[in-house]
Design a binder for this molecule. Structure first.
Ligand code: ADP
Ligand code: ASP
Ligand code: MG
Length: 468
């Protein structure tokens, strides 16, 4: 049984017109002979009656006093409502289907409410539904603990539902339908000239996702990579083929390493902390980072120099970090309101001129670089948050990412880096997914440990997100 998992995000199921389009995508997959698992997110965005943020606002928003267990109960209903509404639309279209909650779909999680992790997946019930000739409509973003408690995965978690089911069912492909035409060279809300990237590897996409491109959840990418299940990210309302994520051999068209710069991402809400002393104190870094680690505060963009250290933390952790340092007798200089802008490209290693391009573009635009760091696939710069949007746009232009059919152009030696030339419209959604999946095994079990991508990515991260 050839299975395809299609995931429809919040805006994709927000109203009747969009749901009609969703049904077209499902019908097309059925017509091509696939059994379809349709994973849905809660309908719409904040303000829409059953959207996740609207439900959260009902109980006081982020500052709610509702305990995490009850918060998960509440939030899980958004996806359940969405699944039932899509089910009705499918019945109206004559497509038999069965709705399953995450727990009913066999998704077993830890009991870490609001940020549960999948520890197992028993896909038998979904298989039964598919064998019956029904579409399995699964409520995303949720699972069930061993004790039968309803849990959720954290924001953006429906992508993870789709990927986990894709892996457990050994699906031919996972399609992520959303409100943009794929993974783009930058967030199109910030850089309107951003373009979809035609092909990417799992590691590249995970890098994008960890560094702020919220179009796909990084955990979903890690899961799909375990069995090399191709993912296509595409627009629900458009015919554009979007972005194919696969192993390099399948993602084919553009040699990833030839792309000097693939895209720009941003992470707002960052605070910079500088701790300096008169003279030299070799114990200072240990004292500072030890205090952060003991208190579970993740540090990033770390520079150590003889008289002190400078690093960043999430804005929400900054007051605690400052208090801890002051309690140790330090007088930290704290700069709130910063943003991390990341220039990502698997081909930048050893290519001269990338940093020079970044510095000259930002300087020409009058944007101060507060700090920077680099790995072989990414250069990060810290800027003031009120300059973040402009910095992304300036860098997007400097690397000419808005030009041509695919990301990759640039002044730093990206000649010849263009797409295969095959126009997007010529491709059908699945045509190039139907090849063998190298390395795909026959086991249905999913490895729920920390997957390889995280290590690969975090190694390249220069300490991103880790308490040292
Ligand atoms: P969904 O509800 O469909 O899961 P999300 O809001 O989670 O949709 O993700 C889609 C959004 O991700 C887009 O509207 C876009 O603003 C944002 N985004 C951020 N970075 C990127 C990027 N590099 N490419 C595409 N979209 C991006
Ligand atoms: N509805 C959830 C959220 O808004 C899950 C998702 O959309 O993936 O985060
Ligand atoms: Mg999402």
């Amino acid at each position: 049984m050839d299975i395809i998992v299609q995931k429809f995000g919040g805006t994709s199921v927000a109203d009747e017109k969009r749901r009609r389009r969703v049904i077209e995508h499902i019908r097309r997959a059925l017509g091509e002979g696939y059994r379809v698992v349709a994973v849905v997110s809660a309908m719409g965005r904040r303000g829409d009656p059953y959207a996740t943020d609207t439900l959260l606002d009902l109980v006081g928003g982020e500052r709610t006093l509702l305990p995490p267990r009850e918060r998960d109960l509440l939030l899980s209903t958004g996806e359940i409502i969405s699944a039932a509404v899509l089910a009705q639309a499918l019945w109206e279209a004559g497509i038999p289907n069965t709705v399953l909650t995450g727990g009913q779909a066999g998704i077993v999680t830890t009991d870490h409410f609001t940020r549960a992790e999948i520890v197992g997946l028993r896909p038998e019930r979904v298989r039964d539904v598919l064998a019956l000739g029904h579409v399995a409509v699964v409520a995303g973003f949720q699972g069930q603990s061993a004790d039968g408690e309803i849990t959720t995965f954290g924001r953006g978690g429906s992508d993870t539902t789709a990927a986990a089911l894709g892996v457990a069912l050994e699906a031919r492909a996972i399609e992520i339908f959303t409100d943009v035409d794929g993974i783009m060279t930058a967030d199109p809300r910030i850089a309107p000239e951003a373009r979809p990237i035609r092909t990417m590897t799992y590691v590249e996409v995970a890098n994008f996702a960890y560094l702020g491109a919220k179009v796909i959840h990084p955990r979903a990418v890690e899961l799909a990579m375990q069995k090399n299940i191709p993912i296509r990210v595409r627009g629900t309302m458009s015919d554009d083929a979007g972005t194919l994520i696969a192993v390099p051999a399948l993602s084919g068209a553009t040699a990833v390493r030839e792309r000097v710069v693939t895209g720009i991402t941003q992470t707002p809400g960052v605070t910079q902390i500088r701790v300096e002393v008169d003279g030299v104190d070799p114990m200072l870094p240990m004292a500072v980072f030890g205090a952060m680690a003991e208190n579970g505060i993740s540090v990033d963009l770390i520079n150590v120099f003889p008289r002190g250290v400078v690093y960043t933390v999430r804005a929400a952790d900054a007051p605690r970090a400052q208090a801890l340092l002051e309690a140790k007798g330090f007088r930290p200089a704290v700069t709130p309101g910063c943003a991390k802008v990341s220039v990502i490209g698997a081909g930048m290693a050893g290519r001269p001129g990338v940093m020079a391009t970044i510095v000259s573009a930002l300087t020409a635009a009058g944007i101060e670089i507060l700090q920077s760091a680099d790995s072989h696939t990414t250069i990060w710069v810290l800027v003031r948050e009120d300059k973040m949007t402009e910095a992304v746009r300036v860098l997007h232009r400097a690397f000419r990412l808005g030009e041509g059919d695919e990301a990759g152009g640039g002044p730093s030696g990206a000649e010849g880096v263009r797409s295969s030339g095959r126009p997007a419209a010529e491709r059908t959604a699945f045509a190039d997914l139907s090849g063998a999946r190298p390395g795909a095994g026959s086991q249905a079990a999913i490895d729920t440990g920390k997957a390889g991508v995280h290590h690969a990515v975090s190694k390249a991260h220069h300490g991103d997100g880790h308490a040292v």
